[in-house]
Ligand binder design. Structure first.
Ligand SMILES: Nc1ncnc2c1ncn2[C@@H]1O[C@H](COP(=O)(O)OP(=O)(O)OP(=O)(O)O)[C@@H](O)[C@H]1O
Length: 249
């Protein structure tokens, strides 16, 4: 079954030094068969928490999550094999000294032959225009280059589902367009959180998360409009700042 299923999912965490718990997600039930799913919402609304449930990095306090038929707790190993996760901060993901080594590390389980592995890594790096940077220390790369590299390393193993947590935050215009085209060309299911509303508009379905709840679930244009409305309502009473150079007083 090529669908992501949330059944009555709540996520709660203990608040440091007290007996109380903070609820990060409230009673989320969703069936997500679409190929391109966007998750948008304010800072701290719960988008990353929702995505992290998909590879078992976060476990439900209540309810269940299944990715293409596999429960993310009971079958976590298979889920991790099927779900490629690209983190917002590429340095939390890139573990090898260079990009080439990182992509080769990703391929280690699926491609046993070292020559074949090297060729596959070369092809993936070329696809993202990263060959020229492949042997440079990852610490010498720009944030955007690292972000693309992290995506390349995850896509190298051809996961069934690709989870992207704010993948365009560091990208320039050209690389953002490259990301957009890459997402459009992929066969796998993609679920992505983003503050980039143009990227969100490319999606088949958009979820708007607000304070740990799904505030909207539907088409991309309507989802983005809903999110804009929420923001406008929250900004009511603040100076408009619509003229260039306006400074709120
Ligand atoms: N392990 C944790 N313990 C306590 N609070 C947490 C934990 N993880 C997340 N939170 C809190 O849960 C809320 C939702 O966090 P989350 O990272 O899911 O938000 P987000 O929508 O992805 O935000 P952003 O757009 O800023 O990345 C935030 O208030 C965050 O501080």
């Amino acid at each position: 079954m090529n669908s992501i299923h949330f059944d009555g999912v709540a996520v709660r965490v203990a608040v440091d030094g007290s007996d109380t718990a903070k609820t990060l997600l409230h009673n989320v039930s969703l069936e997500l068969p679409e190929r391109r799913i966007g998750v948008i919402g304010a800072n701290g609304s719960g988008k990353s928490t929702l995505l992290r449930l998909l590879n078992g990095l976060v476990t439900p306090s209540e309810g269940t999550v299944a990715v293409h038929g596999d429960d993310t707790v009971a079958n976590v190993r298979r889920v991790r094999g099927n779900v490629g996760f690209v983190f917002t901060d590429p340095l939390s993901q890139l573990v090898m000294p260079t990009g080439r080594e990182d992509v080769e590390l990703s391929l280690r389980r699926s491609v046993k032959n070292s020559k074949e592995r090297a060729a596959r890594a070369e092809a993936v790096l070329a696809r993202f225009g990263l060959l020229g940077l492949a042997d440079q220390s990852i610490y010498e790369l720009s944030g955007g280059e690292r972000q693309l590299l992290a995506l390349a390393a995850v896509l190298a193993v051809d996961p069934k589902v690709l989870v992207l947590d704010e993948p365009s935050t560091l990208l320039d215009l050209r690389n953002r367009e490259l990301l957009r085209r890459t997402i459009a060309s992929l066969d796998q299911q993609v679920i992505m959180s983003t503050h980039d509303l143009d990227l969100a508009l490319d999606m088949d379905r958009v979820l708007v998360v607000e304070s740990g709840r799904i505030a909207f679930d539907g088409g991309a244009a309507a989802g983005v409009a809903h999110y804009r409305m929420l923001c406008a309502a929250e900004l009511e009473g603040f100076p408009s700042g619509t003229r260039t150079g306006d400074v709120p007083r």
